[in-house]
Design a protein around this ligand. Structure first.
Ligand SMILES: Nc1ncnc2c1ncn2[C@@H]1O[C@H](COP(=O)(O)OP(=O)(O)OP(=O)(O)O)[C@@H](O)[C@H]1O
Ligand SMILES: [Mg+2]
Length: 242
């Protein structure tokens, strides 16, 4: 393992049973992500992006192959140790925000700290994190009393409050309009810079992917090195080049 790599994914396969058959969802995926890098994972619907993110998150395990995080083979850890790695090293944000409806903003952000080493000052750390995402005046709101962009900022605060080294985001702006998407992406960019956070973000939107340092593309569960040149550039310009 190269110490500069936060993540190493080595020949990962993931097979899933579908209607009596075995479907190869990931078919031999290998790549690295450097510490402090922001990578966008793109590809058509069904290409295996969310499945791959689940393996990086330690929510799911590969059928074969290995996933290393900071040199630890998370794909081979027993569940109790894996849960600890998830809690301490990984923050996750989803398209649908996934906040707990009955808890207010402060409680949602403090919640993951109650199972880690910070339980004594959970509320204080949550308050600080909410200040960083600009939501100090929303602490006692319930999720349904917030806009979509505010809910996603709470979800980002919850993902980062434990001081993870890795943020995983699956279509984080998929439910937001374009102005709100820009705000949320700017927030991720600020956190990436200020906290030297490594980010792996799934998106099918080229404008969102452009925020990343590097893009990797999946197709049919395999990485494709580069998009064909005409997919990378606006259609009008591509036609002009033909
Ligand atoms: N639990 C499951 N059981 C069976 N098949 C699954 C399961 N989860 C995903 N799949 C299949 O695996 C393939 C990849 O799914 P995945 O959700 O990773 O795609 P994706 O690239 O994230 O797509 P999208 O852009 O639509 O979110 C799809 O064909 C899907 O039907
Ligand atoms: Mg998906």
């Amino acid at each position: 393992m190269n110490p500069q790599n936060l993540i190493e994914v080595v020949d990962v396969h993931r097979n899933l049973p579908v209607g009596g058959r075995i479907l190869g969802v990931l078919n031999g995926v290998t790549f690295n992500v450097a510490a402090g890098e922001w990578v966008a994972l793109t590809g058509p619907s069904g290409s295996g992006k969310s499945t791959l993110l689940g393996l990086l998150a330690g929510i799911d395990r590969p059928t074969s192959g290995s996933v290393f995080l900071e040199g630890i083979e998370i794909s081979a850890l027993p569940e109790a140790k894996l849960a600890q790695v998830r809690n301490r090293k990984i923050g996750i944000v989803f398209q649908a925000f996934n906040l707990i409806a009955s808890m207010n903003v402060l409680e949602n952000v403090a919640a993951p700290l109650y199972i880690g080493p910070h339980r004594r000052n959970a509320r204080e750390l949550a308050r600080k994190m909410l200040a960083q995402v600009g939501l100090t005046d929303r602490l006692d709101h319930l999720p349904h009393q917030l806009s979509g962009g505010e809910q996603q900022r709470v979800a980002i605060a919850r993902a980062l409050v434990g001081g993870p080294s890795l943020l995983l985001a699956d279509e984080p702006t998929g439910n937001l309009d374009s102005a709100t998407s820009t705000q949320v992406l700017s927030l991720i960019r600020d956190m990436h810079r200020e906290l030297n956070l490594t980010v792996v973000m799934v998106t099918h939107d080229p404008q969102v992917a452009a925020y990343a340092d590097r893009q990797i593309h999946l197709r049919d569960g395999r990485l494709v090195d580069e998009l064909p040149v005409f997919e990378n550039i606006p259609a009008g310009i591509a036609r002009g080049l033909q």
